[in-house]
Design a protein around this ligand. Structure first.
Ligand code: ZN
Length: 357
């Protein structure tokens, strides 16, 4: 894939319109050029660089923009009250930033939560919650610089399972090199207005509701992540919701087991939905504090639907999460023949753990 063409980008953005206070400060133009822009910017907010200096000044601005694009920092500039032209540039910048893809080098320039850098054709950007690292974190914090490898434990703790797997699959160069951007939407790797338009259209389609819309999933995860419960509880709830717990049904699918019958009721397949919620052996257990949720979830067929309904009730969602986590531990203990606290004690244990946390 060819590198991102700076000339193409500059042309695409209409760099000749670059002007105004914001740009001037951002590019750090010297006072001479600055004064000239200041003098003329009241006309339509655009510069009118005249005389012999015009060519030199424009060339200078062009070089400064190219330098800013090259070091990638145009992607980090804040939207301020600049001129119309500056705002247009930043808007163009957003389109580029949506379409540009990064190849990981040392990770020093790639923003974990804003840039496209995952090797997944459908989700190139991270959707995992930002609580651990903060909004502005860069990819290099996930890399062991000495051994030139990813930090797998940190990654597993911070990201959703599928994103953690994707990140860890990105090959890292044995010697330190810079991150590189490329434009994957055009055969020659160069930016073009047509491909930028296509990105905008795709974004539009993604945002309109459709069966493949990911936003409900994102919302659920965001809700889980903002809970004041230990991270292992959040992870467990997420895994239950995505049916990625080692339930008997899942182990049968992977041919680890030969049957998937629920050991409590001996009636149905033990999915996470069944083991944690719908098993008849659990009805009286859940009824004590969550009878309302049992009523609401009568038509549910999956655990994620129950999570979604419970999420609507802020007050009890944390207790629900904690209870689910203890219930799963209880189930695991019984499964390997260990002793475990009786079921009826779990509700009060959940309340205690919540208060201690
Ligand atoms: Zn059962």
């Amino acid at each position: 894939m060819a590198g991102l063409s700076l000339v193409g980008i500059v042309a695409g953005l209409g760099w000749a319109l670059l002007a105004g206070a914001g740009i001037k400060e951002y590019l750090g133009l010297p006072s001479l050029v600055g004064r000239e822009i200041k003098q003329y910017e009241r006309y339509l907010g655009l510069p009118s660089l005249v005389g012999r200096k015009k060519k030199a000044s424009l060339l200078y601005i062009k070089e400064r923009v190219a330098a800013k694009l090259q070091d990638g920092s145009v992607f980090y500039a804040k939207v301020s009250n600049g001129s119309f032209a500056w705002k247009s540039i930043l808007k163009g910048r957003d389109v580029i930033s949506k379409g540009v893809q990064w190849r990981v080098g040392n990770g020093a320039m790639i923003r974990i939560y804003h840039d496209s850098w995952l090797p997944d054709p459908y989700n190139k950007r991270v959707v995992s919650p930002r609580d651990f690292l903060g909004n502005k974190a860069l990819v290099f914090v996930l890399i062991d610089k000495e051994h030139r490898c990813w930090l797998p434990e940190a990654i597993d703790n911070i990201f959703l399972p599928h994103e953690a797997t994707a990140i860890k699959s990105i090959p890292l160069s044995l010697r330190e090199c810079e991150d590189k951007m490329f434009w994957p939407h055009f055969p020659d790797g160069n930016f073009s207005v047509r491909s930028a338009y296509r990105i905008l259209m795709e974004e539009e389609l993604k945002e309109s509701p459709s069966p493949s819309d990911l936003s409900p999933t994102k919302r659920i995860w965001k809700g889980i992540w903002s809970l004041r419960v230990p991270n292992r509880v959040k992870t467990l709830l997420w895994r239950a919701g995505t049916d990625s717990l080692p339930s008997k049904a899942n182990l049968l699918k992977r041919r680890v087991l030969t049957d998937d019958l629920c050991p409590s009721c001996n009636l149905k397949s033990e999915t996470s939905f069944h083991a944690l919620w719908s098993c008849t052996e659990l009805s009286s257990f859940w009824e004590t504090k969550f009878a309302w949720l049992i009523n609401l979830s009568k038509d549910c067929n999956s655990f994620v639907e129950v999570i979604q309904l419970c999420q609507a009730n802020d007050d009890l969602f944390e207790l629900f999460a904690m209870t689910v986590s203890l219930l799963w531990t209880h189930r695991n203990h019984l499964r390997v023949g260990d002793s475990s606290a009786p079921l009826w004690k779990i509700q009060s244990m959940a309340l205690d753990s919540l208060q201690e946390f």
